[in-house]
Design a protein around this ligand. Structure first.
Ligand SMILES: CC(C)(COP(=O)(O)OP(=O)(O)OC[C@H]1O[C@@H](n2cnc3c(N)ncnc32)[C@H](O)[C@@H]1OP(=O)(O)O)[C@@H](O)C(=O)NCCC(=O)NCCS
Length: 218
């Protein structure tokens, strides 16, 4: 069985990640500058992972942490690897990191027409809490805002009860990669770059630039 290994994303991964970005997100793909800006905020307020298979990046995901709130900023898997547990493994690792950093809730946005990703998030206990109209540009597609409560000592990072996949996931975290670096500072609530309450963005404004928590502007 082919196994993908999870490890932290570095600047050396940007070109490969951008290729996947264009394939998977088209007009909504992040730019090199946006991605580099995100990686520059590691480990303080960001945590980006790649899933690697035989030295090739098969997927990636990113987390923003601001105080007790986390945001899944992005999650993507190369088309030929869909359905093999890579997306689940990445999401699980991001949720585990959020819990380790003391987050009590994690948010994300997902396109209203992205049933596959929504299924994945539902399986991991996210629930819909709102809609952001016209969030994704240039298409103007709405985003569902989803939230999951976390308690650091529980097993909340895993899939919801009764929703486990039939086969064991084929992706596994590399030893030690999921831990934040020693001395990682947790940003105070509201201190995230991009104007405070940074919000996961596949929107035109890019990561960290869409201000406002669910509840406002929905
Ligand atoms: C959404 C996305 C990240 C999911 O990645 P993935 O690697 O296919 O995710 P998984 O394999 O972990 O799970 C997807 C499905 O495969 C199934 N699956 C996973 N491993 C399996 C296995 N070993 N055996 C059988 N089924 C399996 C899961 O049950 C899941 O099905 P479900 O969603 O109907 O419950 C991927 O489809 C993607 O990159 N899409 C384009 C980008 C995108 O939309 N990103 C989200 C932005 S918000």
């Amino acid at each position: 069985m082919i196994t993908a290994t999870l490890r932290p994303m570095t600047t050396g991964d940007i070109s490969a990640v951008l290729r996947l970005e264009k394939q998977l997100f088209g007009d909504e793909a992040w730019s090199r500058a946006m991605l580099a800006g995100e990686l520059a905020r590691q480990p303080q307020s960001r945590h980006y992972l790649v899933a690697e298979e035989d030295g090739v990046i098969a997927g990636y995901g990113g987390l923003l942490v601001a105080g007790s709130q986390g945001d899944v900023l992005t999650l993507a898997v190369a088309g030929h690897r869909w359905g093999q547990g890579t997306g689940s493994a990445l999401l699980e690792a991001l949720l585990a990191e959020a819990a380790r950093r003391g987050c009590t809730e994690v948010f994300l946005e997902v396109r209203i027409d992205n049933a596959r990703a929504q299924q994945l998030y539902l399986r991991y206990g996210f629930t819909q809490i709102g809609v952001r109209r016209g969030y994704y540009q240039p298409s103007g597609t709405d985003a569902l805002v989803m939230r999951k409560g976390l308690s650091p000592d529980s097993e909340d990072a895993g899939p919801a009860a009764g929703t486990a996949r039939p086969a064991a996931g084929t992706a596994r975290p590399a030893a030690g990669t999921a831990r934040p670096a020693a001395g990682t500072a947790r940003p105070a609530a509201g201190s995230a770059p991009g104007g405070g309450n940074a919000r996961a963005s596949r929107g035109s404004t890019g990561p960290g630039a869409a201000a406002g928590r669910p509840g406002g502007g929905q």
